[in-house]
Design a protein around this ligand. Structure first.
Ligand code: GLN
Length: 474
């Protein structure tokens, strides 16, 4: 079957009777079968997705199908889909089934999306390589010796290897954008509070956002529009009614602020640097304005992120006590040993490291030195980000300083792994929307992305500028 890379072309072909939802689901199931070695899926809903496809086909015939008819989506294993298992790629949640639908999931279902399976990720979304999954790493389809990025590695590879039309991920410090960059697709983290987090397994609640991974900018816009908007179940949301974005159009004149460290910083891969400089030159040649800014706070970004997210994680993950959800240790004898053994046996090494770190920074002796201090630095990062954005349309920088690294390359050095988030955490600390756009490939055929960030709730502007970058990159 021909591959359809846009929601709009799927729709045209469904309407004309050229394809059916069943044929589309069969196509993706076949690709999943052929790409099992990539380990992108933890579970595939074969029978169910086919029967749902049949049902949506009948709606297409009757002229009552929603906007996402025929759109086959993979769900990161942190999103609640009623009566389906969800487990954050952790042994601790083995066998646990969602009791309700995440709001984002429900909104896609209401538009007739078809969910094909749940994707592998770093355990509780903690990681940048997908190597922290209890169910083994995901492989990058561009090079099987390399990581796909993380934590939404399975979702990214599902789209990269055409095992789903699009996927959902969550982004706390880069988990959508970084794997999108490593796999050559679009990945978008919306403004904090744009998409409801109801039904998302929490990692760090003041950072977490749900977002799409797609083959095209247009699809990213459509999926965001459908998921966005007020939801009474999430108190952190911007209370906005339905949101409408128009089809992205490249502006004739735009202003970009380039973070110096993102181009000239040490550690920026030479090919990524050259691509950035080439892009900047082309933008200038077509009359767009480029300015450079220095961001000394960059050095504090990753430490601030890890102090705050581990603190929030230590609190969020305290609910996994062996009592209510998931695994209870078979060796437990009383209440204390139920807590201790269930958590000891259930959580992986990285999750334990973060719970300990988070508990430490929140302890009364250390609270002022770490947690309080980090909150202040976060505020500085927000203020500085806002200042830069007042004089420009968008911040432009690479998504990652290098293309996908080798499996095992950073797994024995947590700090080196944390540095993989250097360029993505700013948007989570400040709450701004940020997108990764495929920017090309290195000579070794490894994809990488460029990143754009606009002001809070300036999604439309972000999409329009993304269109400009897409056209400029060619
Ligand atoms: N790599 C980052 C971390 O490990 C980001 C994870 C995420 O965005 N969920 O925290």
């Amino acid at each position: 079957m021909e591959h359809y890379s846009r929601i709009s072309t799927i729709r045209e072909n469904l309407n004309s009777g050229h394809i059916t939802c069943v044929a589309l689901v069969e196509y993706y199931l076949k690709n999943i079968q052929e790409n099992r070695h990539l380990n992108a899926f933890l579970e595939v809903w074969t029978v169910e997705s086919l029967s749902r496809a049949e049902y949506i086909d009948s709606k297409v015939k009757a002229g009552t199908a929603g906007r996402l008819a025929g759109v086959v989506i993979a769900l990161k294993d942190v999103l609640a889909y009623k009566n389906h298992r969800v487990g954050a790629s952790s042994k601790l949640l083995e066998g646990f089934e969602s009791l309700y639908n995440a709001t984002a999931v429900q909104r896609l279902l209401d538009e007739d999306a078809i969910f094909i399976g749940r994707t592998n990720c770093d355990e509780f979304a903690m990681g940048a390589s997908n190597e922290n999954s209890a169910f083994g790493p995901v492989l990058n389809a561009a090079d099987l010796t390399r990581v796909p990025g993380g934590s939404s590695g399975g979702s990214a590879v599902a789209v990269q290897a055409k095992m789903a039309h699009a996927a959902l991920g969550s982004d706390t410090g880069g988990s959508i954008r970084q794997p999108a960059s490593f796999t050559g697709i679009f990945g978008f983290k919306p403004t904090y509070g744009l998409i409801s987090r109801w039904g998302l397994l929490a990692y760090a609640s003041s950072f977490d956002q749900i977002g799409p991974l797609t083959q095209s900018l247009e699809d990213c816009v459509i999926l965001t529009e459908i998921m966005a908007g007020a939801d009474g179940q999430d108190a952190s949301m911007y209370q906005r009614e339905a949101i409408r974005y128009s089809n992205p159009v490249a502006p004739k004149k735009a202003k970009f602020a380039v973070m110096k460290q993102g181009v000239f910083g040490e550690g920026i891969d030479i090919e990524i640097k050259e691509q950035m400089l080439g892009l900047i030159q082309k933008l200038e040649d077509s009359g767009h304005e480029i300015s450079y800014f220095d961001f000394p706070l960059l050095d504090y970004m990753v430490p601030t992120y890890y102090v705050l997210t581990t603190a929030e994680a230590s609190s969020n993950l305290s609910r996994y006590s062996g009592m209510l959800f998931g695994k209870r240790s078979a060796n437990a004898k009383d209440l204390d040993s139920t807590y201790t053994l269930s958590r000891t046996e259930g959580f992986g090494e990285e999750v334990k490291r973060r719970i300990m770190l988070g508990t430490f920074v929140l302890s009364s002796d250390q609270y002022d030195a770490y947690y309080n201090k980090a909150q202040k630095v976060r505020q500085l990062i927000r203020t500085e980000t806002e200042k830069i954005l007042q004089n420009t349309d968008a911040i432009l920088l690479p998504t990652t300083s290098t293309p996908a690294f080798k499996l095992g390359e950073k797994s024995s050095d947590p700090v080196a792994m944390y540095m993989a988030d250097l360029l993505t955490v700013q948007a989570n600390l400040s709450g701004n929307p940020s997108i990764s756009i495929p920017a090309g490939k290195t000579q070794a055929a490894l994809p990488f992305g460029v990143q754009l960030m606009t002001g809070l709730l300036e999604e439309q502007k972000l999409f329009d500028l993304s269109k400009l970058l897409e056209e400029t990159l060619g």
